[in-house]
Ligand binder design. Structure first.
Ligand code: ADP
Ligand code: MG
Length: 325
């Protein structure tokens, strides 16, 4: 119980996009290189996600639906070095509790797949054999069918779908090497093949016209920190900070230290009041950062924030002086 209390309190599923974010994170944690999302009525009626990750063992299928049963955190030591996007073991149970869910999965090396179904956390079937390639397919139906009060807060399909689309795009920005596909009401709306990390095509397909033509891809390394990504040059700065993405070990974060460091890196080249456009990736030892600050995991705490700040600042400054100068 002590350990459970140390894990920042549970997120709540408030709309299809919050489900999808968790489900995509799980697929990425399972090592998927292709993720296929297929929804009807913006995921409220039906949301299906298939991945080619390592799959779930037959004996773990039922457990995946019970809260904290699968928590990757065995002790406080683990809590200090989280390398996966998920770790609390509560997303799947939370989603299951407000939908009718079917999980089909085939573990790498297993001869066949297995399937379980549930209705709002009540397992309705024992695992039954099913034909399925290696990987996992999770399908949810009738979001909030058993919690009408929460259903009332859902917006129109168009709005909910916009949120879904944003989640897929954001995840697709975090991992160029993973292929993503999104279909809505039987129509493919986004199809992103896997590309190398420095391939601007993914950036273009995800961000469209928001991509600065002259953004440069760079990589900077210092000891155990690596910063890479796309830094828009000042002529493509914007009056709004709507094209600023910073991923820490694959996770999108909003961090004051980082925002400040990036701004500082741009200060010599940026007109006053303009916002730089960037998509940046920082990789570092997970033990040196605490992601367990907030349930959405968008906030982090760096153990040595001074070192991170100066590395990010100097990297950007170097990139700017070599490409703008
Ligand atoms: P976590 O916080 O560990 O991500 P979740 O509730 O999101 O917890 O998922 C529970 C567990 O179910 C995961 O830890 C993982 O072992 C398993 N799991 C969920 N989705 C998948 C998937 N797509 N592929 C393989 N395993 C999965
Ligand atoms: Mg998860």
């Amino acid at each position: 119980p002590r350990l459970i209390n140390q894990i920042a309190a549970g997120e709540i599923i408030e709309r299809p996009a919050s489900m999808l974010k968790e489900l995509i994170e799980n697929a990425l944690d399972a090592g998927a290189t292709a993720i296929d999302v297929d929804v009807d009525n913006a995921g409220v009626k039906r949301l299906k996600i298939s991945d080619n990750g390592h799959g779930i063992l037959r004996q773990d299928l039922a457990m995946a639906l019970s809260r904290h049963a699968t928590s990757k955190i065995q002790d406080l030591q683990d809590l200090e070095q989280i390398a996966t996007l998920g770790f609390r073991g509560e997303a799947l149970p939370s989603i299951a509790s407000v939908t009718r869910m079917t999980i089909q999965s085939r573990e790498r090396g297993a001869e066949q797949g297995w399937m379980v179904s549930s209705d709002g956390n009540n397992l309705t079937t024992e695992p039954t054999p099913v034909a399925h390639p290696v990987g996992t397919t999770i399908e949810t139906r009738d979001l909030f069918y058993n919690t009408p009060a929460r259903r009332k807060f859902l917006r129109t399909d168009a709005t909910e779908f916009k949120h879904l689309d944003q989640i897929v795009r954001r995840m697709a920005l975090s991992r160029f090497d993973v292929a993503f596909k999104l279909s809505h009401n039987g129509k493919v709306v986004l199809h992103l093949p896997s590309v190398p990390a420095d391939d601007p095509r993914r950036l273009k397909m995800v961000c469209g016209d928001n991509v600065p033509e002259n953004s440069v891809y760079f990589t900077e390394q210092r000891e155990d920190m690596r910063l890479s990504g796309w830094a828009g040059l000042p002529s493509f700065s914007r009056s709004q900070a709507d094209m600023q993405y910073f991923f820490l070990n694959g996770r999108l974060i909003r961090d004051k230290t980082i925002v400040h460091a990036v701004r500082l890196g741009y200060q010599d080249v940026l007109f006053h009041g303009r916002h730089p456009v960037y998509v940046l990736y920082l990789e570092m030892d997970p033990a040196r950062v605490d992601v367990n600050v907030h349930p959405t995991k968008h906030e982090v705490r760096f153990r040595e924030s001074g070192a991170v700040h100066s590395f990010v600042f100097r990297s950007l400054q170097r990139v700017m002086s070599s490409s703008a100068g």
